[in-house]
Design a binder for this molecule. Structure first.
Ligand code: HEC
Length: 268
C-alpha cells in the first residue's frame, strides 16, 4: 500500500516537473522578440521614492508630446500638487491653492456647461478639473490613429507586465521611424508591430529645468511620471509600512523583556 502511494507521488512529481520544463521554452517562444531590460529605478525596493525633478520633467513630456493622443483619465490637475506628487509644495497643503498647479491647469482646455444656456463650452482648467479627454470616444480615437486606440496612460504602468521597465523599453524600443502601412517595428511591444509612431526624438522639447532632452532622457522622465500617476500613494504606503514594522519590532522586544521579568524567579 505504502509502496503504491510512494509510486503515485513519484509519477505526479516527475510529470509536473517535465510539464514545467516544457512550459518554459513554450512561453519564451510565445514572447517573440519582447525585449525588456531591468532598469535601476529610484522607486524600486522597500524604501524607494520617486525622483521629483524627473517626475516634473515627465509631466512636461506628457503635456507636450503624449497628450495629443493619450488621456490621463484617473487624474485631476490638483493631484499634481498632492503630497508625494510632482509639484507638491508644503506651503500649499491644499493643492487647489498651489500657484504652480493653478498655472498648469490654466494651460489646458476643458469642457464645461454654460450655466445660462446649458450648452457645452470650452474653458481654461482649474485645479479641481480632471485631465480632459483627448478624443470624444474610442471610435474617433481609432479613426485618428490608423485603427488603434491610444490607451489611457494614468494606470498603464500597473496594467502592463514589466511595469516601468516595459514602458521605458517600449519608448526606446524603435529601431526606425519608418512604417509599413502605419505599423512600426518595436522590439519591446508584444509581437513587435505597433501602430504608434516613435513619439520621441532628441531635442523634441526644451526642458524647463535646462536638462538636455535626449529621447532616452524623455523616455525615462515620462516613465517616472507615469509610475507616480499609477501609484501616487506609494511613498506614504512605504513610510507607514516601515513605521508599522518598527512598532511591531519594539512591541515584540518589550513583550519578550516583560516575559523574562515576570518569570525570572520561577523555576521552569
Ligand atoms: C500620435 C499619437 C500618439 C502619441 C503622440 C503617443 N502615442 Fe502612445 N500610442 C498611440 C497609439 C495609436 C497606441 C496604440 C498602438 C497599438 O495598439 O498598436 C499607443 C500605445 C501606447 C502605449 C501602450 C503600449 C501597450 O503595451 O499596449 C503606451 C505605453 C504609450 N503609447 C505611451 C506613450 C507615451 C509615453 C507617449 C509620449 C511620450 C506616447 N505614447 C505618444 C498613439 C500615440
Amino acid at each position: 500500500m505504502l509502496k503504491t502511494i510512494t509510486k503515485a507521488f513519484a509519477t505526479v512529481a516527475i510529470a509536473s516537473t517535465s510539464l514545467f520544463a516544457i512550459s518554459i521554452p513554450a512561453k519564451a517562444a510565445g514572447g517573440g522578440e519582447h525585449k525588456i531590460e531591468k532598469q535601476n529605478w529610484g522607486f524600486n525596493g522597500p524604501f524607494g521614492t520617486y525622483n521629483r525633478p524627473a517626475m516634473q520633467r515627465g509631466y512636461q513630456v506628457y503635456k507636450e508630446v503624449c497628450s495629443s493622443c493619450h488621456a490621463l483619465e484617473h487624474l485631476s490637475f490638483r493631484h499634481l500638487g498632492d503630497k508625494g506628487g510632482p509639484f507638491y509644495d508644503a506651503e500649499f497643503p491644499n493643492p487647489n491653492d498651489n500657484p504652480v498647479v493653478k498655472a498648469f491647469a490654466k494651460d489646458w482646455t476643458v469642457e464645461r456647461i454654460d450655466q445660462d444656456s446649458g450648452d457645452p463650452m470650452d474653458d481654461t482648467g482649474i485645479p479641481a478639473d480632471k485631465f480632459p479627454d483627448i478624443f470624444p470616444n474610442a471610435i474617433a480615437a481609432a479613426a485618428s490613429n490608423g485603427g488603434a486606440v491610444p490607451p489611457d496612460l494614468s494606470i498603464i504602468i500597473p496594467a502592463r507586465t514589466g511595469g516601468a521597465d516595459y514602458i521605458f523599453a517600449l519608448l526606446t524600443g524603435y529601431d526606425s521611424d519608418e512604417s509599413h502601412d502605419g505599423v512600426y517595428h518595436n522590439a519591446a511591444f508584444p509581437g513587435g508591430a505597433i501602430k504608434m509612431a516613435p513619439p520621441l526624438f532628441d531635442d523634441l522639447i526644451e526642458y524647463a529645468d535646462g536638462t538636455k532632452a535626449t529621447s532616452e532622457q524623455m523616455a525615462r522622465d515620462v516613465t517616472e511620471f507615469l509610475a507616480w500617476s499609477g501609484d501616487p500613494k506609494m511613498e506614504v504606503r512605504k513610510t507607514v509600512g516601515f513605521a508599522t514594522f518598527l512598532f511591531l519590532f519594539i512591541f515584540a522586544l518589550l513583550l519578550f523583556m516583560t516575559y523574562k521579568e515576570v518569570w525570572k524567579d520561577v523555576e521552569h
